[in-house]
Design a binder for this molecule. Structure first.
Ligand code: F6R
Length: 260
């Protein structure tokens, strides 16, 4: 894995957007795997700026999102479909019909998960963007005794409900289930970019880079992928041994690079 540590969230976000923009310039019809949540918001803002000011073109891009809450209609402000429209798709020249999010409003979520798996299998990602939960989840692959391969309906852990209640009026309103891509689709991406920001993610960052592949830290499976870029801000990186011993990191401008 290539690990890049930035001074702060804004610098990390700009670097992430630049990497995605490079992907789109090299391959204008790229398939992007996308994430929701607070972490990628800065990156999406920068992509919108690049579209407006630098002509970054999304007209041939397709996207597939990692997950969606069960029971939320796309018109619900807390649905991930709404988030993606609001934070990115409505502001760039992407074709909405080329953007995919699991159908959380389906009367049969299991069937919707199956359909999403099939759809995703037909469009492997060139670049998959990920955030990470404080407990090490990616997508909504929560800590478990096994890694799930296919898209599935998952029960959110109490800690995830607690972390995500900030978007709702109360914890009671947070859906208890979500449809999430499993590890197969995530690992089939040609390249993976994972963003990690803030002190609440320091433990998860350590778990991701610890060298042990363990379903209790779902992100640790990324160590098996040949092309992963991990971008962190300093707050999230503070517990990484390689960062603490700066001699093992090459300083480049505002960023430390090292390989794990
Ligand atoms: C969202 C997703 C989740 C988030 C994670 C971190 O699509 O896949 O794994 O990336 O919960 O969320 P934030 O960025 O809000 O801390």
């Amino acid at each position: 894995m290539q690990v890049q540590i930035y001074r702060n969230y804004d610098q990390m976000s700009v670097a992430a957007a630049r990497l995605i923009a490079a992907q789109l310039r090299i391959k204008p019809d790229s398939v992007l795997g996308l994430a929701t949540g607070s972490t990628p918001e800065g990156c999406y803002r920068e992509l919108i700026r690049m579209h407006r000011e630098e002509g970054l073109d999304f007209s041939r891009v397709s996207t597939k999102n990692l997950d969606e809450y069960v029971g939320l209609d796309p018109s619900n402000e807390n649905s991930y479909r709404y988030f993606m429209n609001d934070k990115l798709f409505n502001h760039v020249n992407i074709r909405k019909e080329a953007t995919q999010v699991p159908d959380g409003a389906s009367a049969d979520p299991e069937k919707a998960a199956e359909a999403y798996e099939k759809l995703c299998a037909s469009m492997p990602a060139d670049l998959q963007l990920l955030g990470i939960g404080g407990n090490g989840h990616i997508g909504f692959n929560e800590p478990d005794t096994i890694f799930h391969a296919s898209t599935f309906v998952t029960a959110l852990k109490p800690g995830t409900i607690e972390a995500n209640k900030r978007f709702f009026h109360s914890a009671d309103e947070v859906p208890r289930h979500a449809i999430t891509m499993g590890m197969r689709q995530i690992l089939q991406a040609k390249k993976i970019l994972i963003l990690i920001s803030g002190p609440a993610k320091a433990e998860a960052a350590k778990g991701l880079l610890a060298g042990v592949v363990d379903p209790q830290v779902p992100a640790s499976i990324l160590q098996l992928h040949p092309d992963v870029v991990v971008m962190l801000d300093e707050a999230a990186a503070r517990d990484l041994p390689a960062f603490q011993q700066h001699e093992s990191a090459d300083r480049f401008g505002n960023c430390y690079f090292f390989a794990e």
